[in-house]
Design a protein. Structure first.
Length: 417
């Protein structure tokens, strides 16, 4: 089991040709996180395309279409490790029509790297991506002002972009914003400090990612354990074992804690907490464990074990910020399957309150249809109560997805308000 403080998930976002894929390539290349055969394959592709050196963007543009067109289409996940930390990168597309892909890639991120072209400054796509980062409650945002080599490594240009971003971001809910001037192509301030920007006194990007404090990002107060399955081994050594298996969504559970099973309201105490290898005294997010109770109460998949003195409010009426993911628009009062943690119910979109115009961050109160990439505030009614927290308090128990029951395709993802 990974200690969460060791694993940092971050997403990259920026407009088309701001250099996201090149930045990740540089990060992997300079931190020596690329296998020899990968490097050889990309060197030969770069030569075939007529490049002088290695085309760093090819490290992440995994789809054939992406390599041929030179753009990012889907979310590309990459994994790398340094002595200080393990990383998962979600390289998300810059094009407007792939906004939903950014929402998907950013939903589990601890940090977002937003690239800004030093020559163009803060543009509409920068605002769009920053707004989505704020909406998804990504705790840390690093604004990388890229292509500094093309503005002669000018401190004035760097400060001008900072002022532009700060003026815009004052409307957003982002706890921690940092700025780094870089040249992804030349490697300035990515892994190694830049000799061309002595005026910049901060750390390079990799050091910032390695030392960023993320252990406080998880909600440690509200103990939530969505039950995924009930374990009844029926083996000789575990004749009477009845364990409730799942992943701790937030908070801490200890042996002896008084718990309540939701939505039934039955109470008991934790008898044991078991992992695959051993029994442990306490479990915390995001550990996967099996919990046994002192009393034999009725709990099944979709129920939630919580501490008795800290319970979520079961509700059938949920207000969410919804990102529409599907190419087919929503139908008025259509029925969908709603998935919340391990709980599956039927639901209906009762009302579209407003849509967000991401260009100006204003609200469109008149247009009530939901099309692909739209972000809207909606009211949803479910057939049975869901045990939700607000997304701001708990990103796991505050998120839902809607699925078309006919096709089994995911049509929308939402954040509980």
């Amino acid at each position: 089991m990974l200690d969460n403080s060791q694993l940092l998930r971050f997403t990259t976002a920026g407009s088309v040709d701001d250099g996201k894929s090149t930045l990740i390539g540089r990060l992997l290349y300079d931190s020596k996180s690329i296998f020899e055969d990968q490097l050889q394959a990309i060197e030969s592709t770069s030569k075939r395309k007529g490049h002088d050196g290695v085309d760093l963007a090819l490290f992440t543009d995994g789809l054939k279409d992406e390599r041929e067109q030179g753009i990012t289409i889907d979310v590309a996940y990459r994994y790398f490790t340094t002595p200080k930390r393990k990383f998962i990168i979600a390289d998300t597309p810059g094009h407007v029509q792939y906004t939903r892909n950014m929402v998907t890639g950013a939903s589990t991120a601890n940090a977002a790297i937003i690239l800004v072209d030093a020559r163009h400054g803060v543009i509409e796509q920068t605002k769009r991506h920053s707004f989505i980062a704020s909406l998804l409650q990504i705790p840390h945002v690093i604004v990388c002002i890229n292509k500094m080599d093309l503005v002669d490594y000018s401190e004035d240009v760097y400060n001008k972009v900072i002022n532009q971003f700060e003026e815009f971001s004052s409307k957003l809910l982002i706890q921690d914003i940092r700025f780094i001037p870089i040249s992804a192509l030349n490697g300035d301030n990515v892994v190694n400090r830049s000799k061309n920007m002595e005026w910049y006194q901060g750390a390079p990007l990799l050091h910032t990612l390695e030392t960023m404090h993320i252990s406080s990002d998880i909600n440690k107060v509200d103990a939530r354990f969505p039950v995924q399955t009930v374990l009844r081994p029926q083996s000789e050594s575990h004749r009477d074992y009845r364990g409730y298996a799942g992943r701790v969504a937030s908070g801490v559970f200890r042996v002896g804690d008084e718990i309540t099973a939701m939505p039934s309201g039955f109470t008991s105490k934790i008898k044991s907490i078991d992992t695959f290898k051993e029994s442990i005294k306490e479990a915390y997010a995001p550990m996967s464990v099996s919990i046994t109770l002192e009393d034999d109460i009725d709990i099944s998949r979709g129920d939630m074990i919580v501490r008795s003195n800290n319970k979520p409010e079961p509700t059938q009426d949920v207000e969410v910020m919804l990102c529409w993911l599907h190419s087919n628009p929503s139908k008025p009062r259509a029925k969908y399957a709603i998935y919340h943690t391990s709980n599956e119910q039927k639901a209906m979109i009762k009302e579209v309150v407003y849509k967000i115009n991401i260009e100006g961050l204003d609200r469109d109160m008149d247009n009530k249809s939901l099309s692909m990439n739209d972000i809207s505030k909606v009211k949803i009614r479910t057939t049975k109560p869901l045990m939700v927290d607000t997304y701001r308090e708990n990103r796991t128990t505050g998120s839902i997805i809607l699925v078309d029951e006919m096709t089994n395709e995911t049509v929308a993802a939402g954040m509980v308000l």
